[in-house]
Write a protein that binds this ligand. Structure first.
Ligand code: ZN
Length: 278
């Protein structure tokens, strides 16, 4: 059995939320609207539903999702955000990509996709240890989950987005990891590494990739890496040493990260339960 416990602290993703609540010195705090006063009366939550696995691989995928912190993310977000409706995370058999359906307010995670992420990581890093694999595997699928929950937030909180929503919710996931999770910068970097490997699987970009609503996987990788670099002095030094980004881009990363972090905190703050108690 693989060692998968490394990501359990991801439940601390709520720390970012606490940070949002306490950083109330700016003008935006004063203008925060109490949008849904009734939200306090009825606590809407993110429910997690795991369909019974039908294969050993699916059972492993379910285990990765559970041990990787899916339930903790759901409960942490439920405790901290005043959702106007219930949301559902539905883990089930199948090989499709994860997606959020605004009609049912449901994020669907397929066990087959979870196992595909493992295969891509193992193919990219053939000598990876079981412990490292477990950590990276869970990190990638948690990043994907928070990305999908980002789509849900955009929907239920009616969050305005400029540019590609896909990039914006990548940014949201990266900010959550780097700002709210112990060792989260490392996990976000794991996600960046995964997208880099994913481009290898997808091959040389063709028209269909350029036409897609997502940025190219390699671009997603570099953008996440830049945000990680920009999130602290320590990660900046680490990323500079890794020479993944050229100095010209690296120099921009702190300002890019600050912009993304500021935007998401401002956009989510009105929807925190702590913003609606007074
Ligand atoms: Zn998406």
């Amino acid at each position: 059995m693989r060692t998968l416990r490394a990501l359990a602290p991801l439940v601390a993703v709520v720390l970012l939320v606490a940070g949002c609540g306490s950083a109330s010195k700016d003008a935006s705090a004063k203008s925060t609207p109490s949008k849904t006063p009734s939200a306090k009366a009825v606590k809407h939550v993110i429910k997690v539903v795991y369909d019974e696995p039908t294969t050993n691989d699916d059972a492993t995928a379910k285990e990765i999702l559970q041990d990787g912190g899916v339930d903790g993310i759901a409960s942490g977000f439920s405790d901290n955000f005043a959702f106007p409706v219930d949301l559902t995370i539905h883990a089930t058999s199948g090989d499709g990509s994860p997606f959020y359906d605004p009609a049912t307010k449901t994020v669907t995670l397929y066990y087959g996709f979870v196992n595909t992420t493992e295969k891509i990581i193992k193919a990219g890093y053939p000598r990876i240890t079981d412990n490292e694999l477990g950590k990276e595997w869970a990190a990638v699928d948690d990043f994907v989950l928070i990305h999908e929950l980002g789509h849900a937030f955009v929907d239920v909180f009616d969050i305005p987005i400029t540019g590609r929503e896909e990039d914006a919710v990548d940014d949201m996931a990266t900010v959550f990891f780097t700002d709210g999770v112990p060792n989260g910068a490392e996990y976000a970097f794991d996600a960046a590494s995964f997208f880099h490997l994913l481009q290898n699987v997808q091959g040389r970009p063709d028209a269909s990739q350029f036409q897609d609503e997502h940025s190219l996987s390699t671009q997603r990788a570099y953008d996440i890496a830049c945000a990680v670099a920009g999130s602290s002095e320590t990660t900046m030094q680490q990323m500079a040493a890794r020479q993944i980004l050229p100095p010209s881009r690296l120099a921009r990363c702190p300002a890019e990260y600050a912009q993304k972090s500021k935007a998401w905190k401002a956009l989510l703050k009105p929807h925190l339960r702590s913003s609606q108690t007074s």
